[in-house]
Design a protein around this ligand. Structure first.
Ligand code: PMP
Length: 332
């Protein structure tokens, strides 16, 4: 037995969770489902035959999403989290290079390397905006644009995205955090067959543990992904939970409103060290990772170009208060 040598260097995540009391490090929603919704859910789960396979391509959830988004079901594919779908955007197109703009979500590069693609990094500029990606489309398989971007928190501008789309090269816009943002690019799907919008139920929907993500694109892209995706990939249980959350979207909206309010509260207190954000987290220019950890508060420590900074997920009010008070102590 011999493990492929190049895999030894694959380590997208820190596998050991630091010890802490308050976790503001994974951009999760701080709120679980309301108790009464949870019991309703458990009742409806009793009716699911556990011995039977789920729908082969997760049609119940696709249909619900189609209705929720006002789009045809043939334009939607669902996955176990949005991470689960990223490899398919790298597998299905021709071309050698996968374009990313660092600092960004690490999994695009991870899966590109795993697929043996060449990674072309055109770094974000000093305002964390994408730079002339349309000038680098030769032999490009797919371009990943994260908007709003993790970990910097900013949206990418519509006019810059249009320029990339107009080249005809496949473009994935990862909108994992769009519910917290002032703009999204779903409407561009009408004009561009080369656009894929990737979204998740892990953030605004508060279902990180349930694992639901989806992509919307033209029918040819979706049917191609379905050709090579394992059958029965989505659990009957997670589909049910996703459907229920769409039926209760007002809860999602209310929590998004709260998180945005809290985000702006924290940002105003530390305005000189905090970047603007259109997400549920804040990038802060302060090397307080170890200090906060000693207080039991776990945030994300940034590296590379962002070293010395931290990324802090907006939590519940009392968690944010604890964070604010600890950071004030750090700053003296
Ligand atoms: N895209 C971005 C930009 C993310 O930040 C994350 C999670 N941190 C994901 C995708 C993956 O989320 P999930 O697999 O839970 O849908």
């Amino acid at each position: 037995m011999r493990i492929r040598r190049e895999i030894e260097n694959f380590k997208p995540y820190i596998l050991d969770e630091p010890k802490g009391v308050i976790f503001l490090n994974k951009n999760e929603n701080p709120f679980d489902l309301p108790e009464e919704l949870k019991s309703k859910l458990l009742d409806s789960m009793r009716k699911i035959p556990f011995n039977r396979y789920p729908d082969i391509v997760a049609n119940p959830l696709r249909e619900k999403l189609a209705e929720f988004l006002g789009l045809g079901v043939e334009r939607i594919v669902v996955g176990n989290g949005s991470d689960d779908l990223i490899p398919y955007f790298i597998k299905i197109f021709e071309g050698d290079k996968v374009v990313i703009s660092s600092p960004t979500f690490k999994m695009y590069e991870f899966f590109a390397r795993l697929e043996g693609a060449e990674v072309l990094d055109i770094p974000l500029d000093e305002d964390f905006e994408i730079v002339d990606l349309e000038k680098h489309v030769d032999n490009v398989r797919v371009v990943f644009i994260c908007s709003p971007n993790n970990p910097t928190g900013n949206l990418q501008r519509r006019e810059k995205i249009l320029k990339v789309l107009e080249t005809g090269v496949p473009v994935v816009i990862d909108e994992a955090y769009h519910e917290f943002a002032s703009e999204n690019y779903l409407d561009l799907l009408d004009d561009f067959d080369n656009l894929i919008i990737l979204r998740t139920f892990s953030k605004a929907f508060g279902l990180a543990g349930i694992r639901i993500g989806y992509a919307v694109a033209n029918e040819e892209i979706i049917s191609t992904i379905l050709k090579i995706r394992p059958p029965f990939a989505m659990s009957s249980l997670s589909m049910k939970i996703g459907e229920l959350m769409m039926d209760n979207y007002e809860i999602v909206k209310e929590r998004v409103r709260f998180i945005i309010e809290e985000r702006e509260r924290i940002r105003n207190i530390f305005s000189d060290i905090t970047y603007p954000s259109e997400t549920n987290f804040l990038l802060m220019d302060v090397p307080a990772y170890d200090f906060l950890l000693e207080r039991g508060i776990v945030v994300r420590k940034m590296d590379g170009r962002l070293s010395g900074k931290i990324r802090v997920t907006v939590g519940r009010r009392e968690e944010n208060d604890a964070f604010i008070s600890a950071l004030k102590d750090f700053l003296g």
